[in-house]
Design a protein around this ligand. Structure first.
Ligand SMILES: [Ca+2]
Ligand SMILES: [Ca+2]
Ligand SMILES: [Ca+2]
Length: 288
């Protein structure tokens, strides 16, 4: 599924995609209980809440008007002296998909999931909002609440990792910092503009070429501050919040991801759009 939805810019990435595709074909059937497919107007998203899913954990797709915009995004947490780990490794407590706007679109649009153990709970809520067909616009709102349920203070570092491949093409993207609260990524091929606003502002911000940020996190390490623009290329970024949590206290993070279509890009009539998108996707893949 990841190969179908995401863009492969390196042989390793292509191999990963092929492996996932093979697994998906082998396991074709109902989606696992921990894979949520969200839909709202012109947008869809896939969120896997557990690493045991064949595609792994994380938000692994964000399509707007049929065009994939995301390779993956997810959260990592370091607590006390431990390594940075994907939040799903802290243990799934409960999860639910829901429809919060049936009067607009009766598909699931929200995932709420809780991870945690005896010392911490991590509550993630993610809501997808689409817009008019052909507009190229969509939004994902995320809230993370981390609560210290232990008897002593705990130092935590929360990281969000975001690897967008705007326009179903990992190349030609530029990522830059607008201010301490806002990251902007633009596809220089002219298909879309992305902005993410976070509150509170991040303590560490790393804008980089893929796979620099992913390599740090996969090694159990935190981010390195790097705020200069990166690209045009296959770019990714990470945001990190460092907090000392007293017993019984919570850290609340509010985030919003917004995609906007570039108005100068002509929008085909809806009837021919799927065919054109499929042809475009095929052409892109053949170039790699
Ligand atoms: Ca809905
Ligand atoms: Ca990217
Ligand atoms: Ca691109």
């Amino acid at each position: 599924m990841r190969m179908l939805l995401g863009a492969a810019s390196t042989p390793a990435r292509a191999l990963q995609g092929l492996t996932v595709l093979a697994l998906t074909l082998l396991l074709a059937g109902p989606a696992s209980a921990t894979s949520f497919v969200l839909g709202d107007q012109n947008a869809t998203a896939v969120v896997n809440t557990e690493e045991s899913d064949p595609d792994g954990s994380g938000m692994l797709s964000w399509q707007v008007d049929g065009t994939e915009q995301l390779f993956e995004q997810w959260f990592y947490l370091q607590a006390g002296d431990g390594d940075y780990q994907r939040i799903d490794t802290y243990g799934l407590v409960g999860e639910q998909g829901s429809d919060t706007n049936a009067f607009v679109d009766d598909r699931l649009d929200t995932v709420a999931v809780r991870y945690g153990g005896s010392d911490l709970t991590i509550d993630l809520t993610l809501t997808l909002r689409g817009a008019a067909p052909g507009s190229g616009a969509a939004d994902v709102a995320e809230t993370v609440v981390i609560t210290n349920t232990a008897q002593e203070a705990i130092s935590i570092s929360l990281v969000q990792y975001v690897d967008l491949d705007l326009g179903f093409d990992s190349l030609a993207d530029v990522v830059e910092l607008v201010d301490g609260h806002t990251v902007r990524q633009v596809d220089t091929a002219g298909t879309s503009i992305f902005e993410e606003v976070v509150t509170p502002g991040a303590d560490v911000i790393q804008l980089a070429l893929f796979p620099d940020v992913a390599d740090l996190l996969d090694a159990g390490l935190g981010l390195e501050d790097a705020r200069d623009p990166a690209g045009p290329d296959d770019v990714a970024f990470g945001l990190q919040w460092d907090v000392l949590l007293d017993p019984g206290k919570s850290f609340v993070l509010s985030k919003d991801k917004r995609l906007e279509g570039v108005s100068s890009v002509p929008v085909p009539a809806p009837a021919v759009m799927p065919l054109l998108l499929a042809a475009g996707a095929f052409a892109l893949r053949r170039q790699r």
